[in-house]
Design a protein around this ligand. Structure first.
Ligand SMILES: *[C@@H]1O[C@H](CO)[C@@H](O)[C@H](O)[C@H]1NC(C)=O
Ligand SMILES: *[C@@H]1O[C@H](CO)[C@@H](O)[C@H](O)[C@H]1NC(C)=O
Length: 453
């Protein structure tokens, strides 16, 4: 819808740009060539880069710890990564108060990149209600995210950063989209100001059938500084025995054939039946590589949810299981396509998806960065809170109101109001875009105000 794109452009023109960056002298660490984005593909130097990865989350999601700090276990696991034939691991939680030189060098030496989630369970958006969502987009949260960027941006083998993981996990919480996209925008801005190179930032989505396509479009629409650098989704829809056409993956390729940023599977590997990993053959075949850039098999260790490629014994020893051997074989038997795999170099930004029953996002305007977080853009984030801090969900100060184009002078949301749950209070006072839930201000009014301009 054209009006959406126009709105976003207007917003970008009106919101003042942040003060000039102060770059710090930085030394890049590692020998692997940094990966960058060109069109809808990743490139390592001149070569197309396909992610052949595994999710690395020993202990499972419930036991959030940083697996890159446990050096003896990491050394042991890297031997398996090499044996398996992967080039990437995904890590969901890191301790941003600690130095990661040793673990990142071990990975670099083994030819392995890191796909890293910038959030931790305590420093993240809180999607429980629209009010907690708004409240949790605050300066204390962003300080942690930015500190994670500082802690990892010098490593050449930092492949990319996830600005969120499965935040939208149902039909009814798509309102989170503008907040995740705001975080994506803020991370990109921070990297541009503070890091030595452009590190790709994007979102890892849950495969919610009703709105996954809208999510993909939304993160790739709008202005350059707001659009994600890539989009990824977790896809468990290929359950062996299956095929490219039976799984419906052929249809997905068709759906995203014009998508203009890299797309990959941030998790895959259905365990309904025995995993033969037949999807690997398709994922790295020209059937898909014009649109997809590989993916991350879920997951390394066997946890209570029943996925996993290595068993962890009670004494801490690990043993690759048959799943591991089959995945290894699948990788061995699947070469990357020659040349550039048919990628699309010059795609256009997507059109923002229109609001509908499955997509309750009334505007592509994003909430403004929380006022107090702006200082980090110039001065750096300082020390990260690590995994011990008090958490950010109700800390700091949330994003204040933004001067909505045409709605008069900027006004401030009195502190706490946004979180109060008294939805009606926002009416006529100020608009924190998007304000579907804060308020009484109907979308049509917001648009109306803009269109007067
Ligand atoms: C979404 O629906 C589920 C039940 O289906 C409910 O538990 C949850 O609170 C709802 N979330 C929001 C943000 O309304
Ligand atoms: C590629 O697509 C064709 C046509 O849909 C299909 O017959 C073939 O099995 C696919 N090959 C792979 C490796 O996915």
């Amino acid at each position: 819808m054209k009006s959406f794109a126009t709105l976003a452009a207007l917003a970008a023109a009106i919101v003042p740009s942040l003060a000039g960056p102060t770059k710090v002298a930085r030394q890049s660490k590692g020998n692997l060539p940094p990966v960058s984005v060109k069109g809808n593909a990743f490139f390592a130097g001149d070569d197309r880069f396909y992610m052949r990865g595994v999710a690395y989350q020993p202990g499972g999601a419930a036991d959030a710890k940083d697996p890159l700090l446990d050096i003896p276990s990491l050394k042991r696991d890297i031997e398996n990564f090499v044996d398996l034939g992967i080039n990437t691991i995904r890590v969901y939680t890191v301790d941003n108060s600690k130095n990661h030189d040793e673990g990142m060098k071990l990975l670099d030496d083994a030819g392995i990149y890191l796909a890293l989630d910038a959030n931790t369970p305590d420093y993240s958006l809180n999607r429980e209600t629209p009010q907690t969502l708004h409240r949790s987009y605050n300066d204390v949260y962003l300080q942690s995210v930015f500190a994670t960027i500082d802690a990892f941006s010098d490593y050449n083998n930092l492949l990319l950063l996830f600005s969120g993981n499965e935040v939208i996990n149902m039909k009814n919480n798509t309102v989170a989209a503008t907040y995740i996209k705001a975080v994506t925008r803020d991370m990109k801005q921070y990297i541009s100001n503070r890091a030595a190179r452009k590190i790709p930032v994007g979102y890892s989505a849950a495969d919610v059938a009703e709105n996954i396509e809208q999510q993909a479009l939304f993160f790739n629409c709008g202005t350059e500084d707001e659009r994600a650098d890539f989009f990824a989704f977790n896809d468990y829809s290929w359950c062996d025995p299956s095929s490219f056409t039976e799984s419906g993956w052929d249809k997905k390729v068709e759906t995203y054939k014009d998508y203009s940023i890299p797309l990959f599977l941030s998790e895959y590997g259905c365990i309904t039946n025995r995993r033969d990993w037949n999807e690997v053959k398709s994922l790295y075949d020209t059937n898909m590589t014009g649109v997809y850039s590989g993916g991350l098999a879920y997951e390394y260790t066997v946890e209570p949810n029943g996925f996993g490629l290595v068993e962890v014994n009670s004494n801490g020893d690990i043993e690759p299981n048959e799943d591991f051997e089959r995945l290894k074989k699948a990788f061995e038997g699947t070469k990357n396509p020659s040349g550039n795999g048919g990628f699309n170099e010059n795609g256009d930004a997507s059109q923002c998806p229109p609001e509908d029953e499955e997509w309750e996002v009334t505007t592509s305007l994003l909430p403004s960065i929380p006022e107090k977080a702006k200082a980090y853009m110039d001065d750096g984030a300082g020390d990260g809170p690590g995994l011990e801090g008090d958490g950010s969900h109700f800390a700091g100060e949330a994003s204040e109101s933004t001067a909505t184009p045409g709605a008069g002078a900027p006004t401030r949301v009195p502190s706490g109001q946004a979180a109060s749950g008294n939805g009606g209070e926002g009416a006529g006072v100020s608009i924190d875009v998007p304000v579907r839930f804060l308020g009484m201000i109907a979308a049509s009014m917001v648009f109306g105000a803009v269109l007067v301009l």
